[in-house]
Design a protein around this ligand. Structure first.
Ligand code: GTP
Ligand code: MG
Length: 273
């Protein structure tokens, strides 16, 4: 009787979860997992063939968690192998290389592939996502800055970590936050708690900052047609200033975006009579 009770208690405390890693080839997915599980780094690139599978046990608060890790191959060639493994995941590690812009831009495609493969089962609210901006040790070749990556992640309610599988920077912190959030979600009936990754900024602010970063000239930045009048420029400026003013907006990159908007308005007004 006592043993049954004991067993019941233990069962309540132990969790079994599935996590997957996603991201372009060579961004460092396997190395991140290896750094965490085996505490070592392999400098030679050994492409994952299809999928690698491993199990690890972790302790989160009073719970023991058995984590099944499916480390996906990033190469498009392995799409047919990968697509079987998206289903029933509680956690996703999305990785890009801070020195390769295409690997950052590809994050949206990875989310789309996942949604498509999960089909009607797709309930992104029941999955914890963590974004790893990896290879931060290679500072000289960095092309995607922290605010850009953080904005992409946090505007979607995802965790964001700067990591290096080579030095170990950010790896333990990332996995701890990841497993802790998965535990919270399981304890919350399988739904991501609403307070998860409290972003403190709106999707509109995030999208506007992203648009400003990608704008081709001052007209485009203010969202007015070339040849617009002073009034039109000022009206567009005021709208953006209210949205992005550093006193009001805490989104990563908002200060730079605000400054860029101020400069764009000044340079346009100089040339409009
Ligand atoms: P696929 O399995 O092909 O999808 O690639 P992957 O994302 O698993 O990449 P992998 O972990 O195999 O690493 C690719 C290359 O990047 C290897 O040569 C690693 O040594 C190197 N690498 C991975 N992480 C880091 C890092 O944080 N810093 C540096 N400097 N190199 C890294
Ligand atoms: Mg790999």
């Amino acid at each position: 009787m006592e043993t049954n009770l004991q067993k019941k208690r233990e069962n309540k405390k132990s969790l079994r979860v599935k996590v997957i890693s996603l991201g372009n080839a060579e961004v460092g997915k396997s190395c991140i997992i290896k750094r965490y599980c085996e505490k070592r780094f392999v400098a030679k690139y050994l492409a994952t063939i299809g999928i690698d599978y491993g199990v690890t046990k972790v302790q989160v608060r009073d719970r023991e968690m058995k984590v099944n890790i499916f480390d996906m191959a990033g190469h498009p060639f392995f799409y047919e192998v990968r697509n079987e493994f998206y289903k029933d995941s509680q956690g996703v590690i999305l990785v890009y290389d801070v020195g390769v812009k295409e690997s950052f831009d590809a994050l949206d495609c990875w989310l789309s592939e996942m949604k498509q493969e999960m089909g009607s089962q797709a309930n992104m609210e029941s999955i914890i996502f963590v974004v790893c901006a990896n290879k931060v040790d290679l500072t000289k070749r960095r092309v995607v800055d922290e605010s850009e990556g953080r904005l992409w992640a946090e505007s979607r309610g995802f965790h964001y970590f700067e990591t290096s599988a080579q030095s170990g920077e950010g790896i333990n912190e990332m996995f701890q936050a990841f497993f802790s959030s998965i535990t919270d979600m399981c304890e919350n009936g399988g739904r991501r708690p609403v307070t998860e990754v409290n972003v403190g900024f709106t999707r509109e602010q995030a999208d506007t900052i992203r648009r400003i970063r990608g704008s081709k000239d001052s007209w485009d930045m203010l969202g007015v047609k070339p040849g617009a009048t002073r009034e039109e420029v000022n009206k567009a400026y005021r709208k953006l200033a209210v949205l992005l003013h550093p006193d009001k907006c805490v989104a990563p990159g908002s200060e730079d975006a605000f400054k860029a908007v101020v400069n764009a308005r000044t340079s346009l007004l100089k040339n409009i009579k």
